[in-house]
Design a protein around this ligand. Structure first.
Ligand code: GNR
Ligand code: NI
Length: 167
């Protein structure tokens, strides 16, 4: 297992559309394990493979307080959604940026697990928001895309300023 480096917005590699995994091989399981280690180290509640420069449709999530309930979603798809909820979101690819985003309150998701077995699950609350946030990453989307253009330009300026400080 290895901790991998996380791409930062506005890296154009975060805009790629990730490819479906054809078969859950040992290589895919190794990617899942690296993603889990990277997410726990960050720390974050979720991570999409594209954030570590691997353009495959693979997501890991752990919303537990105890950080011992890893959930793996390979080729996830939303079957249905219901209602609306707002959460203050953050993203490991946009450190220090937190903004309210409105998404579906309840979703039904289909995916493959770490063993390649298909499963379906209902998600609500933080898990529902987090899954939608991660599935967006797989389609090259980040949460700031939902904000006004004014807010987006303020965020870009803040990030440029942070980057000048670390250079
Ligand atoms: O760690 C994360 N926290 C978070 C909080 C609210 C809504 C979504 C998230 S996901 C984020 C980790 C991340 O960037 N995943 O892509
Ligand atoms: Ni994110």
């Amino acid at each position: 297992m290895a901790i991998r480096s996380i791409l930062h917005y506005p890296d154009p590699r975060l805009r790629r559309r990730a490819e479906p995994v054809a078969a859950v091989t040992a290589e895919v399981r190794r990617l899942v394990d690296d993603m889990a280690e990277t997410m726990y180290d960050a720390p974050g509640v979720g991570l999409a493979a594209i954030q570590i420069s691997e353009p495959w449709r693979v997501v890991v999530i752990d919303i537990s307080e105890t950080r011992d309930r890893l959930q793996v979603f390979i080729n996830p798809g939303i079957l249905s959604d219901e209602g609306e909820q707002s959460f203050e979101e953050g993203c490991l690819s946009l450190p220090g940026i937190f903004e309210e985003v409105t998404r579906a309150a309840r979703i039904r998701v289909r995916a493959l697990d770490r063993d390649g077995q298909p499963f379906e699950t209902d998600a609500e609350g933080l898990l529902a928001t987090c899954l939608q946030h991660e599935i967006d990453h797989l389609d090259g989307k980040v949460f700031v895309d939902y904000l006004s253009r004014l807010k987006q330009s303020r965020i870009r300026k803040k990030i440029e300023k942070q980057q000048r400080l670390v250079m």
